[in-house]
Design a binder for this molecule. Structure first.
Ligand code: ARG
Length: 472
């Protein structure tokens, strides 16, 4: 392969040969990190302003640098900037263009700075942005879940344990369970924002610098609320990326659980929901098919996001201080996790807001499975029977119903009486499915009044979190 001589590296002074094309490409991160260009320019402008304020560079040089950077920003924004793989990364792409455009003054920008604190700063800025965007998508999904819970208030469905019918619940209660999961994801996402809200710039390569930098000046201009107190830690810390990717992973796990239920519920066997056509696909051979592809994709993409987290964890394991090139591998997985989660959140919000809730199928499902059995036992307890004995009596009752192919709701008082004298006329009420649900009024329970309170609590937290995000 021909040595590459077209472009002399910014560190070219100490080298007699340029790298070969292959190693140049192997070592480059430009294709991955070029999306951080906005933060890179913002960070460079803040650095230049500070060098001016501290009298480290002349005012004329700084004006030329800032004008040059603004011009590059406009070019990238307009899609006119030519990215060249000879530039290893976005930092060098912008700096070498600046030097080509404005000459000597451009060569002064990097005074008191290293790419090590520069890349860390860019990444912190970018994670602040990504976590903000994702937290916004989480709010939308949460609002959608509240809406669906409100709209379908009163719809009864079977609740499951071990995938066996257990006790009837409100469909709204089931939806709100996910609401709380995504509320915790929101918290994790805003925690990730806060973990990224600390400035590395001013740490230089690893040890700080001899120039009288003003790190607070840069932190203020870039909107960081804190400054790393240790230069080694500043350039080596990727915990904020772990926090962010962990937040993405847990959220994907939650999405995958919801996706799985939607897939199950839209089967012919369940029929609890009908997925909207816009979130389904057909089959190339079977004309009748309507597949929940998008829910399956959300479920399937969970693996890659968790993989992104694993990749990052293992990349960091045993890395000595301070910067090591291994760390260049951090961004690809993190960006993939962010992009994947964003798509999945949007998709889930769309699926939930457009699906049809089949109340009749859910009610029908709630009558099977002897789900009022606990309530019948509780009825006997109310008549003074010890719970263990009541459990046994109702167990025998269920067994005989099962043998005769009957539901608990089809039993007469005489049928009940045959199993225990304690069963009176009012025992029939104990198996009424709506009453079984509405009696569960403990805080956090599925009873109508408890779920109404829960909805209010969910709305209050949604409003608080919306307000919180607007302050970020
Ligand atoms: N492209 C590098 C990265 O993403 C930038 C930092 C390079 N620093 C260095 N000393 N090679 O991590």
């Amino acid at each position: 392969m021909e040595p590459n001589s077209k472009h002399k590296a910014l560190w070219g002074g100490r080298f007699e040969k340029s790298p070969e094309r292959f190693t140049q490409e192997f070592g480059a991160s430009l294709p991955v990190d070029k999306r951080m260009w906005r933060g890179d320019i913002k960070g460079s402008i803040a650095h230049a302003h500070m060098l001016d304020a501290q009298g480290i560079l002349s005012h004329e040089d700084v004006v030329a640098i800032v004008d040059g950077l603004e011009k590059i920003k406009a070019e990238i924004d307009a899609g006119e900037f030519e990215f060249d793989i000879n530039d290893e990364d976005i930092h060098m792409a912008i700096e070498s263009k600046l030097i080509a455009d404005i000459g000597e003054a451009g060569g002064r920008l990097h005074t008191g700075r290293s790419r090590n604190d520069q890349v860390a700063t860019d990444t912190h800025l970018y994670i602040k942005r990504l976590s903000h965007v994702l937290a916004g998508h989480l709010l939308e999904l949460r609002l959608t879940l509240i809406d669906v819970a409100r709209k379908n208030f009163g719809v009864v469905m079977p609740g499951y344990t071990h995938m066996q019918k257990a006790q009837p619940i409100l469909f709204s209660h089931h939806m709100l369970a996910y609401y709380w999961m995504f509320s915790r994801d929101f918290k994790r996402m805003t925690n990730a924002f806060e973990a990224a809200d600390i400035l590395p710039l001013g740490s230089a390569a690893l040890a700080g610098t001899t120039y009288p930098l003003d790190r607070s000046f840069v932190a203020d201009e870039l909107g960081f609320s804190r400054i790393y107190p240790n230069s080694l830690d500043a350039v080596s810390d990727r915990d904020f990326l772990l926090d962010f990717t962990y937040a993405c992973s847990v959220c994907m796990i939650h999405l995958s659980r919801l996706a799985e239920e939607l897939i199950l519920w839209s089967t012919d066997e369940f029929g609890f929901i009908t997925m909207d056509d816009s979130y389904s696909t057909g089959s190339s051979i079977m004309p009748q098919k309507k597949n929940p592809d998008f829910a399956e994709l959300v479920r399937g993409k969970t693996g890659r996001v968790v993989g992104d987290l694993m990749g990052l964890l293992v990349m960091l394991k045993s890395l000595p201080l301070a910067y090591n090139k291994d760390m260049q591998e951090d961004k690809e997985g993190v960006f993939d996790a962010a992009d994947t989660l964003e798509d999945c959140l949007r998709c889930m919000t769309g699926m939930i807001s457009t699906m049809r809730v089949n109340e009749g199928r859910m009610r029908q499902g709630s009558l099977g499975g002897f789900m009022a059995a606990t309530d019948l036992a509780d009825y006997l307890v109310g008549k003074g029977v010890p719970f263990r004995r009541a459990h046994e009596i109702v167990g025998e009752l269920v067994l005989s119903c099962e043998k005769e192919g009957r539901t608990l709701q089809s039993l007469t008082v005489e049928d009940l009486h045959a199993h225990s004298d304690y069963f009176k006329e009012d025992a029939l009420e104990a198996v009424d499915i709506d009453k079984v649900v509405s009696k569960r009024t403990t805080v956090g329970g599925t009873g109508h009044s408890a779920v109404e309170n829960q909805l209010e609590e969910a709305e209050a937290l949604y409003n608080l979190d919306t307000e919180l995000l607007s302050t970020f």
